[in-house]
Design a protein around this ligand. Structure first.
Ligand code: NAD
Length: 384
């Protein structure tokens, strides 16, 4: 197939959807790879390196969209400022699109993909099953975000993380509280532990307690709801308001001791649960830091503003967005591996197999229809 990879146009995006090393994997699998000139600039992958690995370098994105049978992207379709058109309108009719699509937030773009008969796959809809782990970009990017969140916190904090015994006295370790111990949370715990902090964490899914403890962190105990808290896809279910009230009480009791809070709590496809209110922030000591990774889903903290550092009641609240773009080398390597694995899984057969859980689960539009039920009902609700 002819695979086209245009440059990312979303502001601040530094990742590339393919690395030079993975171009040669695609070539070995008998595909042709067209990349836009400067594709890897943000991640320090030079055009020559892509060329040496077999890619054809194309100066204009329009030529890529014109020729490609499948497009690889990181970010969902955005407006190409020069052409004043959505990228969803540039891809040729009947071709395939693979990338993050955020389909519940980008219904207009999904409608265009549907109307133009595009076979689209959303990386965030790859099911969280063992067989699909090597294609799970949401997890690989969340891992990097959890790591970077701790480095940001260490940078904001006017204290050190580790215990330090010096001739000038003993400095106790910083205390880090991680709320939500999924992929990002577990990586945040591991990173904060490596930096020497005292770490404790909470997550409503019972299986998580052992994982938190295995990283050497404490688990905050609280009464857990009796009902099943996990979906079949391995995600948390939405908690009741009574549960969240109780959880906020438990969190409040730890706040006076916390130097850093990293919040990562989310329920797939929902607004982030509110875990920290303004009243609770007043219980924190001045100079402490909150890094809210759920900022793009509305935030786990009332005062969070996406992509902004708010300084309120002496506490820094950082609404972190797109942290993987701050680690473009590894983020591109991991993302490219995920997308190539998904591509080979779907297209290394004469026809995509829609009976397959991974293909069916990640497919959003096909043959002029929206295939994904969640996206379909969200679009119907809005009359799209
Ligand atoms: P995940 O689904 O693996 O983990 C989320 C965790 O939150 C789950 O373990 C879930 O049980 C837990 N949770 C749900 N309700 C909770 C509650 N009431 N209290 C405590 N925990 C609760 O998700 P992830 O991949 O780790 O991502 C976590 C968050 O980080 C998401 O909001 C995601 O969008 C965000 N994220 C941000 C960036 C960034 O750059 N800012 C990058 C990647 C991911």
């Amino acid at each position: 197939m002819i695979i086209g990879i245009p440059k990312e146009i979303y502001p601040g995006e530094t990742r590339a959807a393919i690395t030079p090393a993975l171009v040669s994997t695609l070539i070995k699998n008998h595909h042709k790879v067209l990349i836009e000139k400067g594709l890897g600039d943000g991640a320090f992958f030079q055009d020559d390196y892509y060329r040496e690995n077999g890619a054809e370098i194309i100066a204009d994105a329009v030529d890529i969209y014109y020729q490609a049978e499948v497009i690889f992207k990181v970010q969902p379709p955005a407006i190409n400022a020069k052409l004043k058109k959505s990228e969803a309108e540039l891809i040729k009719e009947g071709a395939a699109w693979m990338g993050f699509l955020a389909p519940l937030q980008n219904k207009d773009a999904i409608k265009i993909l549907m109307q133009r008969n595009i076979l689209s796959f959303a990386m965030e809809f790859v099911p969280r099953i063992t067989r699909a782990q090597s294609m799970d970009a949401l997890s690989s990017m969340a891992s990097l975000a959890g790591y970077k969140a701790v480095l940001l916190a260490a940078d904001h904090l006017h204290k050190i993380f580790p215990l330090m015994m010096t001739a000038a006295g003993t400095i106790p370790p910083a205390t880090v509280l991680v709320l939500g111990a999924g992929v990002a949370g577990l990586q945040a715990i591991a990173t904060a532990k490596r930096l020497g902090a005292n770490v404790e964490a909470f997550d409503p899914r019972p299986a998580v307690k052992e994982q938190v403890k295995s990283l050497g962190a404490g688990f905050v105990e609280m009464e857990l709801p009796g009902e099943n808290v996990e979906t079949d896809g391995g995600y948390a279910k939405e908690q009741s308001e009574a549960f969240l009230l109780k959880e906020r009480e438990v969190i409040a009791s730890r706040l006076s001791k916390a130097d850093v809070i990293i919040t990562t709590a989310q329920v797939f496809g929902k607004k982030a649960p509110l875990l920290i209110t303004e009243e609770m922030i007043k219980l924190m000591h001045p100079g402490s830091v909150i890094i809210d990774l759920a900022a793009e889903q509305g935030g786990n903290c009332t005062l969070t503003k996406a992509d902004t550092v708010v300084d309120k009641h002496g506490v820094f609240i950082h609404g972190a967005v797109n942290l993987p773009a701050k680690l473009p080398v590894n983020a591109s390597q991991m993302y490219a591996k995920n997308i190539v694995n998904l591509f080979l899984h779907i297209f290394q057969k004469p026809e995509p197999d829609f009976e397959d859980e991974i293909t069916r689960g990640s497919c959003i539009t096909h043959s002029g229809k929206v295939l994904n039920n969640l996206v379909l009902s969200a679009m119907k609700e809005e009359g799209k």
